[in-house]
Design a binder for this molecule. Structure first.
Ligand SMILES: [Fe+2]
Length: 253
């Protein structure tokens, strides 16, 4: 499309952002040190599954490494951490490859590329511990967040978006994806021996992770502190306006 004489590009914002996203390339090879240190048995099994499916490459390895660094490994409760890690081994492959926005109108441009759903979860998990300091109900007398609340919220953040799309057919769960994921999570986690209270807290926060925009929300709905802790980073990292914050030149495109 032609530019106007003043250089203003009249394409819709999401199309400009997509062109901008194309300029990114992620091809940094993984370090040998990481291979030795972080690849536990669960991660190796996941890698084998993704390799077998033909979707494993350097870019996906970078994203999976980030998921472990910011999402899985910070979960302090060992049993919850292991259960989340194993759950990631059975979720649809689409979670690892799909773009974050089917319509292309939501999420910042880098999440509208391949691995975009995965990237949006990584970014939410990265913000979450900092945001935990702004949820008064989970702070102790020294204003330190309850580690268990952060654990549950990290787990729910990961769980909430893993079942946006099925591998078979062109089935997208739309706004129901948090509920669908919770329905898959609960029996799996119970089968892994996780206690009911933990299973339900993660499932509940997954169902309501979209906050006011979760299906079924009314003004009478009370969102728990853990759900609010999941909701804010989820919203913050899915705003397309994040491109303005992330890369100043987008402002003047
Ligand atoms: Fe979601």
């Amino acid at each position: 499309m032609e530019e106007t004489p003043c250089g203003f590009n009249p394409r819709p914002a999401h199309q400009r952002d997509l062109a901008y996203a194309e300029s990114f390339s992620v091809d940094i090879p993984p370090s040998p040190r990481y291979r030795r240190r972080a690849k536990g048995v669960i991660l190796e099994e996941l890698q084998r599954r993704l390799e077998k499916a033909g979707v494993w490459d350097w870019a996906l390895e970078m994203e999976v490494r980030a998921l472990w660094k910011y999402g899985v490994e910070p979960i302090r409760d060992e049993r919850l951490r292991a259960t989340v890690a194993r759950f990631l081994g059975i979720v649809p492959l689409a979670f690892y490859t799909d773009v974050a926005s089917k319509s292309g109108r939501f999420h910042p441009p880098w999440q509208r590329k391949r691995h975009g759903t995965l990237r949006s979860i990584v970014e939410s998990c990265a913000l979450l511990p900092g945001w935990a300091r702004h949820i008064p109900e989970i702070l102790d007398d020294r204003m330190e967040p309850d580690p268990r609340a952060v654990d549950l919220a990290l787990a729910a953040t990961i769980v909430s978006d893993v079942w946006k799309k099925e591998d078979a057919g062109d089935v997208h769960h739309g706004a129901e994806h948090g509920r669908v994921a919770a329905e898959r999570w609960a029996p799996f986690a119970r089968g892994e021996g996780l206690d009911a209270e933990t299973v339900d807290a993660v499932a509940d926060a997954s169902v309501w992770h979209m906050g006011l925009y979760a299906p079924g929300w009314t003004r009478a709905t009370v969102l728990t502190p853990i759900t609010r802790l999941v909701n804010f980073p989820d919203v913050a990292t899915s705003l397309s306006q994040l491109a303005i914050v992330y890369e100043g030149r987008t402002v003047i495109l």
